[in-house]
Write a protein of this length. Structure first.
Length: 600
């Protein structure tokens, strides 16, 4: 494949793509340092880190109508999510600096809307308005919580806002400044503000970008054609049911959304009895599932510290540290760490829950879930396992957890064009009744209808893709492990924690599609990365192979901190896709030759 140009979406020509191309090592470094040459070319980015142009434009229009020149806004799908951001800003801003913060709830003016489709999806957006200098604080909430509005949701709401049909719930009144309907959004006009731009500059540049869009249309016609062309949104409830059943493991075949999806009942779904699709909760992204699992545990079990076990994805740790009483962090996730935890528990320390990934990202080590479950039962704490990397086709971790969370954005979708997350409650878990009550009382379905429809379609062949990806990943591991310049390959099959993975592996399960590796020298890693002919950018679990200098992107400002847990700064992470195995081997061989040339 040809290299995707810097800043282009991954996949190319995909307006709501989840990843963006950073084709050279220096592109990644310059992105982290906020260099203009990179930021100016970026059409999109990973949605929790990079606020999509469509969202920026809607936020600017809301501020122009309801705010003041010194303000900016963060957009959320409901008042409750906006209120949590509001409270976070108030709590985290420097004392006396928060100033005026307000929430504007925009809802559909049903007196002006007759479209069944639009009424069905009940569009709304809640904007938190605050001073521009508080943006870094608000951005923390956006990134960590995953509560923010999706770009498809913002696109839909912006069309209605411009047409005067999305109005302030506190004081409904039409927006008369626009005479025409919405413009279609084209990938070529996607705009992301520079880190150094003021809000006024963002607004000016965003509006300039919009001038490149296609001609305006009436909003009803635009939205009706959009859904008629793409997906029948009237079946969104059936699509959600299909997703929940697919996640629970009871729906494995193709589904006709025109009728309610049928479930194939088994006595041991996901390794536990009694699991129902009602125990599966859908969220806008995987981190939002983790964020809400933590909130529900705090609500049902009280204000206790949590345990973060193993080297985690960055925002999981931030959630446990910033929301609630804090956490005890075991970055190695080793047997010695469990010995220390057991000693603390025996001495009387008590905890809310232990959070872990299975396996961990990016070192692909697995926690000893059997021992963790025994400790949890003995000393009264919950267990939350993130199964994103291994996935339910390969492993069953639910028997050892109270809650299993996953990022559906990754291999469950595979197409890298939609976000999603899930949380599953273990009906056999010690805290099931408490958690079920908390979820039922607090759960808010904020998964935007369009995103649901894309996720349901993408995931229909989820199980079939996994075996091919498992096989391809092992093939690439073999290529890398046999090369003299490669110092370490990190993969569950070759990990010192392999037994812990095998304890949970399904009878036909493999070892997943994610691997990491480190060269003996950084120069080798740079040469390899610059030469490898795969997609190159953030995210994982794509149907196509995706390579990333993961530690540079995730921990650029804390490389020494990561190194103390055995995570090398020049590590490369590969999410292996469904391509032809021989073709993949050839591409990796060529890139390894580029690494060899460094020493010649």
């Amino acid at each position: 494949m040809s290299i995707i140009e810097l800043g282009d979406s991954i996949p190319p020509l995909t307006p709501h793509a989840v990843s963006t191309s950073l084709p050279t090592w220096m592109d990644n470094v310059d992105y982290e340092e906020g260099k203009k040459r990179v930021l100016d070319k970026m059409q999109n980015g990973y949605p929790r880190f990079f606020i999509h142009k469509i969202i920026v434009v809607l936020a600017n229009d809301i501020v122009a109508k309801y705010g003041s020149p010194d303000q900016t806004a963060m957009l959320f799908p409901s008042h409750k999510t906006a209120r949590r951001c509001y409270d976070f800003i108030k709590a985290k801003a420097e004392p006396g600096t928060a100033g005026d913060i307000s929430i504007v709830d925009l809802v559909l003016d049903k007196s002006k809307e007759t479209s069944k489709i639009i009424v069905k999806v009940a569009p709304s957006v809640s904007a938190v308005l605050f001073r521009q200098d508080l943006f870094p604080v608000a951005k923390q909430y956006w990134q960590h919580s995953g509560d923010g509005i999706s770009s498809r949701n913002a696109e839909f709401c912006h069309a209605l806002f411009l047409d005067g049909k999305l109005v302030d719930s506190a004081s409904p009144r039409p927006f008369m400044n626009q005479k025409k309907g919405p413009r279609r959004y084209q990938s070529g006009s996607v705009y992301q503000p520079s880190r150094n731009e003021s809000t006024s500059e963002q607004a000016e540049n965003a509006q300039r970008a919009l001038k490149n869009d296609a001609e305006s249309q009436e909003s009803n016609q635009f939205l009706e054609e959009r859904f008629g062309r793409n997906l029948d949104i009237m079946f969104v409830d059936n699509a959600k049911l299909a997703l929940r059943r697919r996640i629970a493991g009871s729906l494995v075949d193709e589904v006709d959304l025109a009728v309610e999806p049928s479930a194939v009942t088994t006595s041991d779904v996901r390794g536990v009895t009694g699991l129902s699709d009602d125990d599966v909760y859908l969220y806008p992204c995987g981190m939002n599932a983790i964020f809400n699992a933590h909130r529900m545990l705090l609500q049902s079990r009280g204000q206790l510290k949590s345990i973060s076990f193993g080297f985690p994805y960055v925002d999981t740790l931030k959630i446990l540290q910033k929301f609630g009483p804090g956490c005890l962090f075991y970055g190695h996730g080793s047997a010695e760490d469990l010995d220390d935890l057991e000693a603390r528990l025996k001495a009387g320390e008590r905890y809310l829950a232990l959070f872990c990934e299975f396996p961990g990202n990016p070192m692909l080590k697995c926690p000893d879930l059997k021992r963790i479950k025994k400790l949890a039962d003995t000393y009264d704490f919950g267990v939350v396992v993130d199964e994103t990397i291994a996935n339910a086709i390969n492993v069953h971790v639910l028997p050892y957890a109270d809650v299993v969370v996953s990022s559906l954005t990754k291999i469950f979708s595979g197409d890298c064009n939609v976000m999603g997350g899930s949380a599953i409650l273990n009906p056999q878990g010690k805290y099931y009744k408490q958690l079920k009550s908390a979820f039922e009382a607090d759960y808010e379905d904020n998964y935007w209808a369009e995103d649901v429809m894309f996720m349901e379609r993408n995931s229909r062949d989820f199980a079939a893709r996994i075996k091919k990806i498992n096989d391809n990943a092992e093939t690439i591991c073999d290529v890398l492990r046999s090369h003299p310049l490669v110092e370490d390959v990190y993969y569950p099959k070759y990990s010192p924690t392999k037994q812990y993975y095998d304890d949970c592996r399904t009878p036909t399960g493999g070892y997943g599609g994610l691997l990491s590796f480190a060269f003996r020298k950084k120069d080798h890693a740079v040469a390899f990365y610059d030469r490898i002919e795969t997609a190159k950018g953030p995210s994982l679990g794509t149907n196509f192979t995706l390579t990333s200098p993961y530690v540079v992107l995730a921990h650029y400002l804390e490389l020494d901190w990561a190194a103390q847990f055995g995570v090398p700064a020049h590590l490369l992470r590969v999410s292996v896709g469904v391509e032809d195995a021989e073709d993949l081997k050839s591409r990796f061989t060529v890139a390894l030759q580029a690494a060899e040339a460094v020493d010649s």
